[in-house]
Design a binder for this molecule. Structure first.
Ligand code: ADP
Length: 259
């Protein structure tokens, strides 16, 4: 990378990644991995060569969502890690793929986590990737900040859910992005509402959402409102996210294309 990003870690000479989009959230469990996964699925189905770097090292859930179970990361003769490939051709690097047992707990501290992410970025073979989506460590503290400092992120999506103190989380994420001089593409609200299966009405399970006001305050677009849907949970559980339709990400996909 050149110009203002030159302080960042360079890729190995065999790799090219055109755009890097980071997905952040205030805490775990709000759907950051789901958004990362489905953005990759949508961009891949549009014909872009797509990759996911699972930087959520202590809670790596990306491989399972794609049904990748064997921890088989190969090596090139030059010692580069070869990412796993999903059935539709999305390339994935995740701590789960390099641990001996998927269930091994990862209890590393911040600097080690950031080091692992840096290794996934620098020491894997990322061949002609158009879009890389990075599932960031949850939160806006030191760990995600350090990860941000080691990757040339072109844009950020912030995932929130109506259960949270959204205004505070977005304010923190905006500060983090400013520090890094990375543009925020917009906000994605997950678990926004539930479609009543009987009457079709939208039920605000967690009370009225404040995402629209928060978006206005920070001059950020609301790119998606994702419903709570058992189909989503079961696709993630069964490793079949590539067959899940995600029409709710249309605007986020357009924003990523413009990043
Ligand atoms: P995070 O990455 O923020 O920790 P995940 O994306 O792993 O969160 O989501 C947490 C859990 O909630 C997962 O089991 C996922 O399948 C489920 N989930 C996320 N979003 C939805 C949704 N909109 N509807 C139903 N289940 C969801």
């Amino acid at each position: 990378q050149e110009g203002p990003k030159s302080f960042l870690e360079p890729l190995n000479p065999a790799s090219t990644v055109k755009k890097v989009i980071g997905i952040v959230s205030g805490k775990g469990g709000v759907g950051k991995s789901l958004v990362t996964t489905m953005m990759a699925v949508r961009m891949s189905s549009k014909g872009y060569k797509t990759a996911i770097l699972d930087a959520d090292i202590t809670g790596p859930s990306i491989p399972k969502a794609f049904g990748i179970t064997d921890s088989g990361v190969g090596m090139t003769p030059n010692g580069l890690m070869i990412p796993a490939t999903t059935s539709t051709g999305i390339e994935v690097m995740s701590a789960n793929l390099v641990l001996d047992h998927e269930t091994d707990p990862v209890i590393w501290r911040g600097p080690v986590i950031a080091g692992a992410v840096k290794q996934f970025w620098q020491e894997a073979l990322w061949e002609n990737i158009d879009y890389m989506f990075v599932d960031m460590p949850p939160g806006t503290g030191d760990v995600p900040l350090t990860v941000f400092q080691s990757l040339p992120v072109d844009g950020i999506l912030i995932v929130t859910s109506p259960q949270e103190l959204v205004s505070m989380i977005v304010a923190k994420a905006v500060n983090m992005a400013k520090k890094m001089n990375v543009p925020i593409l917009g906000l994605v609200e997950n678990m926004s509402y539930l479609n009543c299966p009987d009457c079709g009405k939208k039920i605000s399970v967690f009370g009225e959402s404040h995402i629209d006001e928060v978006g206005k305050t920070h001059d950020l677009p609301i790119l998606a409102k994702i419903p709570i849907d058992p189909k989503i949970a079961s696709a993630v559980d069964s490793g079949t996210v590539e067959y899940l339709e995600a029409p709710w990400l249309d605007e986020a996909v357009l924003a990523a294309e413009k990043a």
